[in-house]
Design a binder for this molecule. Structure first.
Ligand code: NIG
Ligand code: FE
Length: 398
């Protein structure tokens, strides 16, 4: 058995208090704390003075008064793709609008990229995320859009995470132009058959220029019949019916939520569906930010995620997303940190991550700061020092 005692923690964010505590209370803060890890799981967390006495064989790690928090749970990313779209971003920063159509250029680049190269890049993004404190990441397909290409994207994603999402319904590919319903048949039929063995989730982009809610419903119901849980991209570019679809189908999460009506918010507040907000998107598309304050005040559970992808949000950094959410979306630092950890776990319906409690996975982040507030207070500064995943140090930046 391997045992490690992490001690002299100045501030420990446990996320231990259950709802209906406010987000700030839910952080379950402890000062002068310690955490015991045994074989990759947390077996004890509390005041350092009360910690179980270590055996001589145990590792004792003194973090010198630093803040320790749960590893970030990035519940929304698209990190298996070829090429990038820097010219599109540059054009946008000179005034061009973002549109869903840009996805097709990444589809062409991805189809032209070998498995070995896609794998190499995917693993690179996962390490980049780990170095910034992300210990759980959801990865979507959606840049293949043929049976064979979607199958290879979910297969590669499954090599790095159990949180794999089949997103064949990302956009209608060029070869199906004008035949969206035929493409939806393919997604819900042969493509789903090829991808379901590797995936846990199914997602659909419900938006003008992508899929209607009726098409989305067909795809998500076909996925449910194969045991895949639903997730939805909705109300990114304009208000629509995607949130209602997500709530109707008890989707784990509805993502973007930039343009929500009062009815959308009421429906979310009365449901188990998490609203996943993606600050990197509004930052990188110069769109208005979603109003997290309005959602939280109405009782909606909010998660923060990166949406890391080459089109709308090419950041892999949850500390960056936290800082933007606090500055521009009306969230408090406590709410933003909760949403990027326990909120992400709720969006993936996981109870073994996002919290530092006995039984949870030993996924932890040590900051180069004595308070979680610094994640928002010191934007752009690399504050993540050491990162443990399943009890093993996966990043240790000097
Ligand atoms: O979540 N909205 C749809 N899909 C991605 C963007 C993909 C792209 O532009 O390549 C998103 O923002
Ligand atoms: Fe997305």
């Amino acid at each position: 058995m391997t045992r490690e005692l992490i001690t002299n923690i100045g501030q420990l964010v446990t996320n231990a208090a259950p709802p209906p505590a406010t987000c700030a209370e839910r952080l379950g803060l402890l000062t002068g704390a310690a955490v015991l890890i045994e074989d990759g799981r947390i077996t004890w967390a509390g005041r350092a003075a009360d910690a179980p006495a270590p055996d001589p064989a145990d590792t004792v790690t003194d973090v010198g008064g630093a803040c320790v928090l749960p590893g970030f749970v990035d519940s929304h990313s698209h990190i298996v793709f070829g090429g990038d779209r820097a010219p599109e971003f540059e054009a946008r920063m000179s005034g061009q609008a973002y549109s869903a159509g840009g996805i097709r250029s990444t589809v062409a680049a991805t189809r032209a990229t070998t498995d070995a190269e896609l794998r190499h890049r995917l693993r690179g993004f996962v390490s980049e995320m780990a170095a910034q404190g992300t210990t759980t990441v959801e990865v979507k397909s959606g840049y293949g859009l043929s049976v064979a290409d979607e199958e290879r994207l979910v297969r590669l994603a499954a090599e790095v995470t159990p949180e794999v999402t089949f997103l064949g319904a990302h956009v209608v590919p060029a070869e199906f132009a004008g035949r969206a319903d035929e493409y939806v048949d393919l997604v819900s039929g042969d493509m789903l058959d090829a991808c379901a063995p590797y995936a846990k989730w199914i997602d659909v982009f419900c938006e003008t220029g992508a899929f209607t809610v009726e098409q989305g419903r067909r795809v998500l119901e076909a996925g449910a019949s194969r045991g895949l849980g639903a997730r939805v991209h909705a109300s990114q570019l304009a208000p629509g019916d995607g949130v209602r679809l997500a709530v109707d189908l008890d989707a784990a999460s509805v993502d973007h939520c930039t343009f929500l009506t009062d009815a959308d918010i009421a429906a979310l507040a009365g449901s188990r569906t998490v609203a996943t907000l993606l600050p990197g998107v509004e930052f990188s598309t110069r769109q208005p930010y979603p109003d997290a304050r309005r959602m939280i005040d109405a009782g909606v559970t909010v998660a923060l995620a990166s949406d890391c992808n080459p089109g709308s949000s090419f950041t892999s950094s949850l500390p960056f997303c936290i800082a933007v959410a606090v500055r521009d979306m009306g969230m408090t630092p406590a709410e933003a940190v909760w949403s990027a950890t326990a909120g992400g776990a709720a969006a993936l319906r996981r109870s073994d991550v996002g919290r530092i409690v006995p039984g949870a996975r030993a996924d932890l982040v040590e900051l180069r700061a004595d308070s979680y507030v610094h994640l928002a207070y010191r934007p752009g500064v690399p504050l993540v020092h050491r990162v443990w995943k399943d009890g093993v140090v996966v990043a240790n930046t000097p």
